[in-house]
Design a protein around this ligand. Structure first.
Ligand SMILES: *[C@@H]1O[C@H](CO)[C@@H](O)[C@H](O)[C@H]1NC(C)=O
Ligand SMILES: *[C@@H]1O[C@H](CO)[C@@H](O)[C@H](O)[C@H]1NC(C)=O
Ligand SMILES: *[C@@H]1O[C@H](CO)[C@@H](O)[C@H](O)[C@H]1NC(C)=O
Ligand SMILES: *[C@@H]1O[C@H](CO)[C@@H](O)[C@H](O)[C@H]1NC(C)=O
Ligand SMILES: *[C@@H]1O[C@H](CO)[C@@H](O)[C@H](O)[C@H]1NC(C)=O
Ligand SMILES: *[C@@H]1O[C@H](CO)[C@@H](O)[C@H](O)[C@H]1NC(C)=O
Length: 610
């Protein structure tokens, strides 16, 4: 029976083979078939782990009722029933709980959210193995080092995400990693080995034996989600965290406030959200925020909060007198989009306001996050023209005041145990001298990364030329008939064109950075600015494009095995497969090619050079 299964596998492997996204650092796979079912025996550090990927123990006839059960809940969302332990709640994390929850999700993904890969195989072909072959009997998980608090809220590189995964042809699998985060990454890879059989009750891989040694190239691999231009439900945010983990990404940066709305509830400053949310209820309570961050920790995704300042601040209605230029006209003199607003410089009331804000918010963030982002983009000197105490836009006068503002805010962030992050302009345009601990995020492109890395900052690449996912869909501001209409036709947005997956895939954060400073480039972050994005389009905007960056950040642009740049031809079938996998798991990413191309040899859809 096994021989027949193997033969079928061999005959059908002409179609796009495998499978894994992002590509592992080193892997070798065979062409043997192994099935997997719910009898697989799992151990974690030698202890048996019982797991059930069903929503209730009563759904599973083979499992006895009784004392062994502990319901695993993360943020009141039921993940599964696992046996033998009661999960901790709140901001204290336990490796075993994290691994068990990860394991339950892995088996849920295989057994409940699998898919039949007809779209990845030749039309009409008999691509499935015959049922009844060998199956995976054991999965032995070994964590070689103890997790620490830093595992769950790592600074760049502080957690080792590597893992080794082996599946032998007899059906024994081992997953070894130094951290629970590495185990989560390895479980994601494990889940990607299996397809659902069209019988509906069998699952198989055709890649046995498997041997993978894997670790990321860059420690920081994220997405920025702007929850100010549009409101997103907590469930949308958690859904995006799930999708990040599927691509081995590890940061969700929430651009939490801007001039348009302030959806973050700050109990010590209640008017911020009361006046600042788009509508009553469209705000994040402290427990919402904690639940989002906790959800991230369970998936190896750090949630970093940004309060943008001194520009991009809309607090005038809540706490009047602390900011300039809110809702002014013409807005173009003071900001990049209405309604403007920026904190006053050289103002002790602003410092007091920020102290109150930070003392409320940051202690709530620090159990889950090493960083706090203080914004700093697009700050215009003209704002201080409207400040009755300053009435100047002279940058030479304003610069020392801005420096003082940054020193104050960053010292407060440090005092409260977090590491400050800023947008590039504070350093490159305003010449602020910031501590070397401050992580700089670039978005303007050009040589900014090199300059910041050279100054000794850790740098995150969010170049709008590659990583802005909102671009290329048209300008959201309106143009009156006449000159405005004529001059702006056909109404492109400022960062047109669309950054398609191939463009994203062509770029690496260290591009153009001299080799001695490359170590300061810690990774990248795709930006999802949401002027024209809400829950209806969120998935299609982000996925699977963000996966293209995720692979470069995890594995590098150059494939170490061949020493050449990764190829679109090699990547496209795998990214297509990743999209199908994500679709099956509820992430509604957009197609990247037509179905015909996914079923034929990749060279049949090669454009050539003409
Ligand atoms: C399957 O693997 C075996 C062993 O490595 C090899 O001899 C055989 O050629 C492979 N078949 C295909 C179709 O790749
Ligand atoms: C991560 O752990 C693996 C396995 O222990 C080790 O080989 C590797 O060097 C570590 N990576 C880093 C960056 O320390
Ligand atoms: C600053 O404001 C003045 C009007 O007070 C305007 O003429 C000028 O263009 C503005 N500068 C910028 C950079 O928008
Ligand atoms: C900044 O504030 C201090 C204290 O209020 C004041 O003495 C000083 O004149 C202010 N600086 C400017 C340039 O307005
Ligand atoms: C920053 O430094 C550059 C180069 O010395 C200078 O041109 C620019 O005016 C300075 N900007 C500010 C805000 O001081
Ligand atoms: C990879 O592609 C870039 C252009 O995107 C090129 O500059 C570079 O030389 C290529 N590297 C290799 C190893 O082929």
């Amino acid at each position: 029976m096994y021989c027949r299964a193997l033969l079928v596998a061999v005959l059908t492997l002409g179609s796009p083979a495998s499978a894994l996204w992002p590509a592992p650092k080193q892997s070798s796979t065979g062409n043997g078939t192994l099935f997997i079912d719910q009898t697989v025996q799992v151990t974690y550090n030698g202890e048996q782990v019982r797991w059930i990927p069903y929503t209730s123990p009563h759904d599973y006839p083979g499992f006895p009722d009784g004392a062994d059960f502990a319901e695993t809940r993360v943020d009141n969302q039921q993940i599964s029933y696992t046996a033998g332990y009661v999960p901790p709640s709140g901001p204290h994390f336990d490796s075993k709980h994290i691994v068990q929850a990860g394991l339950s999700r892995t088996f849920g993904a295989i057994f409940q959210q699998g898919f039949v890969p007809w779209m990845l195989r030749a039309r009409g072909s008999d691509f499935e193995p015959a049922l009844g072959g060998k199956r995976i009997q054991t999965l032995q998980i070994v964590q070689t080092q103890h997790d620490t608090d830093k595992t769950f809220k790592p600074q760049n590189g502080a957690v080792n995400e590597s893992y080794a995964l082996d599946v032998d042809s007899k059906g024994h699998a081992t997953l070894v990693a130094p951290s629970s985060t590495g185990i989560l990454r390895g479980l994601e890879t494990f889940s990607q080995l299996f397809f659902q059989h069209s019988s509906g009750t069998s699952w198989y891989t055709q890649l046995a034996p498997v041997s993978i040694r894997d670790e990321p190239k860059y420690p920081y691999r994220g997405i920025l989600l702007d929850v100010s231009r549009h409101w997103f439900e907590v469930s949308d945010i958690k859904h995006t965290i799930d999708a990040l983990a599927m691509n081995k990404m590890n940061v969700l940066h929430l651009h939490a406030t801007d001039t348009q709305s302030w959806p973050l509830e700050i109990p010590a400053l209640p008017l911020l959200a009361e006046k600042g949310a788009y509508h009553k209820g469209l705000s994040y309570s402290p427990s919402d925020l904690a639940s989002i961050q906790e959800y991230g920790v369970y998936r190896g995704v750090q949630v970093i909060i940004e309060i943008d300042m001194p520009g991009h601040v809309g607090i005038e209605q809540a706490y009047p007198g602390l900011s300039n230029a809110y809702a002014v006209n013409p807005w173009q003199w003071y900001c990049a989009q209405p309604p403007c607003g920026s904190l006053k410089l050289n103002d002790t009331n602003v410092e007091k306001f920020l102290d109150t804000l930070f003392e409320d918010l940051l202690p709530r963030l620090s159990p889950y996050s090493a960083y706090f982002h203080t914004g700093g983009d697009e700050y215009k000197a003209n704002n201080s023209l409207l400040d009755p105490a300053l009435k100047t836009n002279d940058q030479k006068i304003l610069q020392p005041m801005l420096q003082k503002f940054l020193d104050h805010t960053h010292n407060k962030v440090r005092e409260l145990g977090l590491v400050p992050m800023v947008w590039e302009e504070m350093i490159l345009d305003w010449n602020a001298t910031l501590g070397k601990d401050v992580v700089a995020q670039t978005w303007l492109g050009g040589g900014a990364i090199q300059k910041l890395a050279q100054l000794g900052h850790k740098v995150i690449d969010s170049s709008n030329e590659f990583y802005y996912l909102d671009c290329g869909r048209g300008e959201f501001m309106d143009f009156a008939n006449g000159a405005a209409f004529e001059n702006n036709y056909p109404f492109l947005d400022w960062c047109d064109p669309t950054k398609n997956w191939k463009l994203i895939y062509s770029h690496e954060p260290t591009d153009g950075v001299s080799s001695e400073f490359q170590k300061n480039v810690v990774g990248g972050e795709l930006a999802v600015w949401t002027e024209t994005i809400d829950t209806t389009s969120l998935d299609t905007i982000i996925w699977p494009r963000a996966g293209a960056a995720a692979e470069i950040w995890w594995s590098g642009r150059v494939d170490e095995a061949t020493g050449t740049n990764r190829s679109q031809l090699e990547a496209r079938p795998r990214l297509t497969e990743q999209r199908e996998r994500m679709l099956a798991r509820g992430i509604r990413g957009a197609p990247i090619t037509q179905l015909w191309c996914t079923q034929v040899d990749v060279h049949d859809c090669e454009a050539g050079n003409y």
